[in-house]
Ligand binder design. Structure first.
Ligand code: ADP
Length: 375
């Protein structure tokens, strides 16, 4: 195998889609995969199968790679500091990643920066929660994803499960929001920053269901503020690669930050087909300190709909059905076994008419999930 330029830790669909961009740019990637058949291990020939919580495994993967990046935010920070001390550039670095790993640290830091966040406090007991007031959103500070580790509590009893988790907990006001937005930013170590158009993300059962780019009817002043927030957070926290800032647009027209992700993000998948430079390409350019590419949209509207595991068991067999029904919708399958509710792919449509674009993307996704077109 040729010497790698970049080590990627974690073999999920984000690493798989990074590889798609790495191929075009000729970037030599080595991957640490959780198993021999995981999504990215299928497409990165230079991969090691092992445990990302084991420092020696990480050392063997990054051995001759000058730069390390991530498919997820779960690598222990002390391991990243060890790799940095041994001369590898971790991008993003552990000092930045902390704020994507720990929602308590993130709230504290953003509040200190004057970034608007929901009212919040760390809680240890139900008396603390009582004092904070109901309704509250109780979250584990670490390890949550897709709404796991998030409880809406209108009484002490509704927080039982949260307290039983034994994890550090954060209480937040239940934000009355009109919708959720996402501001995606690419940043390189030399300080170049580029923002994508602000998008709307729609969730179902705590999981991102679809993303519309740009967010329809967004007040241009609010869009500018969202982009500014994203760029400021990326710069002040020294994020490299992609930063996703998940935002609430409140019913009274304010923006509040929900959370941060420091890697390509589900709300940026639309950019593969819908932007001049995809978030995966700009993530690679960012972490390797190459010039960033244009984040402009290619079409007036782009819609991404996630394919969640459903009634269709054989996605590859269903592919022909989808392509026959929607030949212009772009299909992305992740090579993952179908399990109910699991993200196993996404589809993207773009064009001049939002209703048409939305309908085509939803129809294609429905053919992959329930097997029949969506109304
Ligand atoms: P995860 O890390 O699992 O994505 P989030 O903190 O993003 O967790 O919360 C998941 C979802 O729960 C959000 O997308 C949003 O719909 C809802 N949510 C989270 N925090 C609040 C809040 N303070 N007020 C209202 N809804 C919230």
């Amino acid at each position: 195998m040729p010497t790698p330029e970049l080590a990627v830790i974690g073999g999920g669909q984000l690493a798989r889609m990074m590889q798609q961009s790495a191929i075009g740019l000729g970037i030599r990637v080595r991957l640490l995969a959780e198993g021999p058949d995981v999504s990215a291990a299928q497409v990165v020939p230079d991969h090691v199968v092992g445990d990302y919580t084991d420092l020696d495994t990480l050392r063997s993967v990054v051995a001759d790679a000058p730069v390390v990046t991530f498919d997820h935010e779960h690598v222990p920070p002390e391991h990243l500091r060890a790799l940095e001390a041994e001369g590898h550039a971790c991008r993003p670095g552990p000092h930045a990643l902390l704020f994507a790993q720990d929602k308590g640290a993130m709230r504290e830091r953003l509040t200190a920066m004057g970034v608007p966040c929901p009212r919040h406090r760390m809680i240890e007991t139900s008396a603390d929660l009582e004092e904070f007031g109901y309704p509250a959103v109780v979250k584990t500070t670490r390890g949550g994803y897709d709404g796991k580790g998030v409880w809406v509590a209108r009484s002490a009893a509704e927080a039982d499960e949260a307290f039983a988790s034994g994890r550090a907990l954060l209480a937040e006001e239940l934000v009355d929001f009109r919708r959720e937005l996402s501001a995606l930013v690419a940043r390189s170590p030399s300080g170049e920053v580029r923002s994508y158009p602000v998008v709307e993300s729609r969730q179902a059962d705590g999981v991102c269901a679809e993303v519309v780019a740009p967010a329809p009817d967004l007040d241009p002043a609010l869009a500018d503020r969202a982009r500014e927030l994203g760029e400021r957070i990326a710069t002040e926290l020294d994020v490299t690669g992609i930063l996703a800032v998940e935002l609430f647009e409140t019913t009274d027209g304010r923006l509040l930050v929900n959370e941060l992700a420091m890697r390509p993000h589900n709300t940026g998948h639309w950019s593969i087909d819908g932007a001049v430079t995809s978030q995966f390409e700009n993530h690679l350019r960012g972490v390797l300190d190459l010039p960033l590419g244009s984040t402009d949209a290619r079409a007036p509207w782009t819609v991404m709909v996630n394919v969640l595991g459903g009634a269709v068991e054989d996605l590859e067999a269903q592919r022909a059905v989808v392509l026959a029904a929607e030949p212009d919708v772009k299909v992305h399958l992740y090579g993952k076994p179908v399990k109910a509710g699991r993200k196993v792919g996404h589809v993207t449509a773009y064009g001049p008419d939002l209703d048409d674009v939305l309908a085509r993307a939803r129809r294609a996704a429905a053919l992959f999930t329930v097997g029949a077109p969506h109304d």
